[in-house]
Write a protein that binds this ligand. Sequence first.
Ligand code: DOR
Ligand code: ZN
Length: 462
Amino acid sequence: MIERAAGPALVIAGGTVHTPDGPRRVDVHISDGVITSLEERRSASPGPGVVDARGMYVLPGAIDVHVHSRDPGFPEKEDFGTLTAAAAAGGVTTVVDMPNTVPAVDAGGVLEAKAALAHSKARVDFGLWGLIRSSSTAEQLESLARAGAIGFKAYLGYAFSLGRKQILYTAETDDPDLEAPPDYGTLLRLAPVVSALGLPLVIHAEDPGILAAFRRPLDSYSAILAARPPEAEAVAISAAAAIADSVGTRLHIAHLSSALGLMAAEAALKDGSRLSLETCPQYLWLSDQDFPRVGNVMKVYPPVRTALDRAALIDAVDRGVIRIVATDHAPHTNEEKARPLELAPAGSPGVQTLYLSCLELAKRLGDMWKAPRWVSEGPAALAGVHESKGQITPGFDADLVLVDPRRGTEFRPSLMRSRQRHGALEGMRSSFSIAEVYVRGRLVAREGRKVGKAIGRMVAPR
Ligand code: DOR
Ligand code: ZN
């Protein structure tokens, strides 16, 4: 999959650029898809190969480390083409796809087949996570690493259907078709393997024992909150951190949702854990009070909790304790989401509104220039692509977003490019709009519409 992006030389001229030294009025010079220099002088005169970015902010493309393409497996929900059209429209220039596609990505051969499929449709660059099953072997994880996996995800409490080669939203295992979910024993057994490979271990952090003890009919939003208490998150984080620490494994907490989970994570960090934290826009913008307005689109696991949880998470993002904001873009069809609350699957799309929602939050916290840290720099380090992506600096890929601060955007279904035109942040306004998006110097979206062909290619950690 090695190929040179023989893009023409390009200059993004006249904008205010997010550089490692802070915002600067410089021109970004690009050759063969790579940033060659940042130049103070307005050297370029308008003409072919020069993009007029006057009045714009030039930001590094976002790297969304938590998306569910549904491809292969559930084309009615989404595929790599529609996922990456939405990503491009929203300024996300790299997506890292979760392994719960079908067949689940539990070995190198499966990852290679998925990579080939994604490559044929991807409009932005992509990485792929591998899956840890309770039966996973060292050889399987090694084959995933050789095939280019970004790291490994373990879904605590999610069983595996052997017949369908698919993970399910259930911890039941009485059916012989179902393999037991990975548990702390699985993590302890495989942590040394993951550690030796130098890749991160990602967990869906909800303790299955606590979830089992609090099961109940999900006939209201408060029942969902009672069924998935924040203690489940805190316990899973503490336990996984203790296990990872015993062998020095890098541990990453997906979609942190609660103040209690955050406290557990901060305690582990204080003890020296190699822990990275991710939260999502839905936890930063919504609370249980929004359910009557938003409805089932707000049903995600772990759940959106209280305003106090939200305040604690915003504060942790602001302090730089949570270094990554990703979306958990997890589309289901309108029909599925319209089922009664109990039967509607958890998950909603979000990749397209990541950047604009984070810019708005950063602005309200007093410094919009913080947003690229949350969506580009932090994620690049997790994904191991921090030597080529996540910053606007010479030698890095020209993954660039031109943001217009003079025009706002309202998140409306008609603007959404995912196969599912809904989202938990629907109705929200951002003070910014995304004008143009470049992946390795090639224009992939303008004013929310995809441009050009599927030029995305796979990235792997180094
Ligand atoms: O809300 C969720 N949706 N949480 C998960 O853990 C999985 C995801 C999905 O794949 O739909
Ligand atoms: Zn997810």
